[in-house]
Design a protein around this ligand. Structure first.
Ligand SMILES: *Cc1c(COP(=O)(O)O)cnc(C)c1O
Length: 361
């Protein structure tokens, strides 16, 4: 029996998503003292009220609500949008996949504006689609003419991230409207909205083809519980409700979201601290002459390594138990991305970078 013959041939060559290592694995290997600045995770964790709420929750033995009623009601309040527009997923990653499953037939195209989040190419290929990449310009703005030229009869979806990961910059409202006017499905991923304060979610009710995705992973510190949501035109929301796994959001995630939204002042105070620290981190990185940090509206800072090799710096930092990301792709040749941690994390990182510099890179 030859399993390989049975597998969808296009998946044979699929490049899988490069994930980061989880903290418990790192902790076990290194034995604590890790500074984890590689996953854009929240250094303050989640709302502490979640622990008690999860401990007391009595219904783990029954399935979650397929209609996600309580979640959608709570999110109606948080977003200012309507219940019918909101659907939750097991992370916004699941919603990226679900949207593609709804729209892509084999051979259909999705537009990606690299450098950006790796899930769009990954999910497009898994869904049998072809990815058409339209690289951003040298300041990482969207190449609007390039996107329009790349449109074909097969183009179904355009992915835009704002603030963009890993570059940290925003798209303008005018650009989004121009893209929406192409008549394709525009997926605007606002995973970092809370750190930048700019959203286009309010535009969703005006257009039948604009989708905004959000997550609790970053600002609310719930990456491990897998919970995101989308704001969809009602027609699309109705189709998605028909094709989604009925129990896609766990009861634990539901409890955590309700507690988070009831503890919003605490979470917002952490977001504020992260934003203050982001600006401080930017300044500290800028002081190192061999790094060029890019301004960011998210919870990370991208740096071009002007002198030295990003991969080597990444490696040297890892030896000091500091974990960041490095890039060495066509558009991000020799770059580092540092997630914003606490004040003391920034200090430890800068000290380590200075030591690496004086040791020669
Ligand atoms: C982190 C991230 C996500 C993933 O969100 P989950 O809700 O954890 O799946 C989505 N989009 C972008 C751009 C991200 O950086």
């Amino acid at each position: 029996m030859n399993v390989k013959k049975l597998i969808r041939p296009e998946l044979e060559t699929l490049v899988s998503y490069t994930p980061i290592e989880p903290i418990d694995v790192l902790d076990q290997r290194i034995g604590g003292g890790i500074i984890k600045l590689d996953g854009n995770e929240n250094p303050y964790g989640c709302s502490p009220k979640i622990y008690q709420a999860l401990a007391n929750y009595p219904y783990y033995h029954t399935y979650p609500d397929p209609e996600q009623r309580k979640l959608r009601q709570a999110l109606e309040q948080y977003t200012g949008l309507k219940y019918e527009n909101i659907i939750c997923g097991s992370g916004s990653d699941e919603l990226i996949d679900l949207v593609l499953r709804l729209f892509l037939q084999p051979g259909d195209e999705a537009i990606n504006c690299s450098p950006t989040f790796g899930m769009y190419p990954f999910s497009t290929r898994i869904c049998g689609g072809n990815l058409v990449d339209v690289p951003r310009d040298k300041d990482f703005a969207i190449d609007m003419d390039g996107v329009k030229k790349a449109l074909s009869e097969k183009t179904k979806v355009i992915f835009i991230t704002s603030p963009n990961n890993p570059t940290g910059n925003l798209i303008t409202e005018q650009e989004i409207i121009e893209l929406v006017n192409t008549g394709r499905i525009v997926v605007l991923d606002e995973a970092y909205f809370e750190f930048g304060g700019v959203t286009m979610a309010n535009l969703v009710p005006n257009y039948p083809n604009l989708i905004v995705l959000r997550t609790f992973s970053k600002w609310a510190g719930l990456a491990g519980l897998r919970i995101g949501y989308g704001i969809f035109p009602v027609e699309i929301a109705n189709y998605l409700m028909r094709i989604k796994q009925p129990y896609n959001v766990s009861v634990a995630a539901q409890v955590a979201v309700l507690v988070s939204l009831a503890d919003i002042e605490y979470l917002h105070s952490n977001v504020k601290k992260i934003v203050v620290e982001r600006e401080r981190l930017f300044g500290r990185l800028k002081n190192l002459e061999w790094l060029k940090p890019y301004p960011s509206r998210a919870n990370f800072v991208l740096c071009s390594v002007v002198e030295g090799r990003a991969k080597e710096i990444w490696h040297q930092l890892q030896k000091k138990n500091i974990f960041i990301r490095y890039f060495d792709s066509l558009q991000l040749r020799n770059y580092l991305r540092v997630s914003v941690g606490k004040h003391e994390d920034t200090e430890t990182l800068i000290r380590a970078l200075s030591e690496i510099e004086s040791g020669g890179i």
